[in-house]
Design a protein around this ligand. Structure first.
Ligand code: ATP
Length: 284
């Protein structure tokens, strides 16, 4: 599996040095087979997490326009039971959102124990688009890295598994995808001149992503740079990464579920014993 994970702050990151392509030897067929197996495992893991109510998951999806955030939600998140999933898209802040601190709109969508929150864009926009377009003074957005670190630490302390993905596509791939959108009636509804305007800021976004990833990478909130030029490989990498993170907690969930099962059974036994005793008293 080819992915670059940052789980400690301070790494020197050069996104342009990281491949956006699947590794040699990986084929669409192999990926499809593995992806199907992972999907089944993901569903079972989610079930155990939902029942045990020990952990929750936040999946942060960041990337440039056309990088595949929506596609990831459709294909990877599509494997989950919708009962325990909340997908939230963060667009330009509304007036109400702007009148609060930048984490307000995000924190209210943090998952309750047992559940997933999928963030299509996130609090990171406040150190990405805001920085690139000077939407806030530098002194303000610079402070936000620290707030984000504290926020994610708080989530983790509460049992939230925070997984952050940068969907890495090349400039050429983005151009092809945007042109493709125009040709296809089914995707033309996504057309937005802004996507082309944003291409003028490609390098500024690269720098902003590099700094955000470097500063906020942590063991409890790792960043994965996902080679995303191939959609099927992107889906596989993200599915594999989520499954790995959940699998590491499975035993603790199973223990909790056993404990809950024993408690439930004991309660039921007690209830039945009381009924029997009542019946015996009536007969007597
Ligand atoms: P996407 O490209 O994510 O599929 P979209 O193009 O359909 O989304 P919306 O979901 O309506 O558009 O909004 C996304 C836009 O909102 C992006 O241009 C993004 O940079 C912007 N945005 C998100 N958060 C902020 C923020 N905190 N401040 C300013 N702009 C933001």
């Amino acid at each position: 599996m080819s992915r670059t994970v940052f789980d400690k702050p301070g790494a020197k990151i050069r996104i342009d040095d990281i491949s956006a392509e699947p590794p040699k030897g990986m084929t669409r067929e192999k990926a499809a087979e593995r992806f199907a197996t992972l999907g089944t495992e993901l569903f079972a893991l989610q079930d155990a997490m939902f029942g045990s109510k020990v952990h929750s998951v936040v999946v942060v999806l960041q990337g440039r326009d056309g990088a595949g955030k929506d596609g990831t939600i459709k294909h990877v998140v599509g494997h989950l039971n919708p009962r325990g999933v909340n997908v939230v898209s963060f667009g330009v802040p509304t007036t109400e959102e702007r009148e609060h601190d930048f984490l307000w709109r995000v924190h209210r969508h943090a998952p309750r124990r047992g559940e997933f929150s999928i963030f299509n864009r996130s609090h990171y926009e406040d150190v990405l688009v805001v920085r690139v377009h000077d939407l806030a003074p530098k002194a303000l957005w610079k402070e936000r890295y620290g707030h984000i670190i504290d926020f994610e630490e708080l989530l983790a302390e509460h049992g939230t598994i925070v997984l952050k993905y940068f969907l890495h596509i090349t400039n050429k791939e983005q151009k092809e995808r945007l042109l493709e959108r125009e040709k296809d009636k089914k995707t033309a509804w996504k057309l937005n001149p802004n996507d082309w305007k944003e291409r003028d800021h490609w390098d500024d976004y690269t720098r902003a992503y590099e700094e955000a990833i470097s500063r906020t990478a942590a063991p409890h909130a790792p960043w994965t740079i996902v080679p995303a030029n191939s959609k099927w490989y992107r889906n596989l990498v993200i599915a594999e990464s989520i499954v790995e993170a959940l699998r590491a907690r499975r035993k603790s969930w199973e223990r909790k579920l056993d404990e809950m099962g024993r408690g439930g059974r004991a309660g039921l036994d007690e209830y039945r014993a009381q009924i029997q005793a009542k019946g015996a008293r009536k007969k007597g």
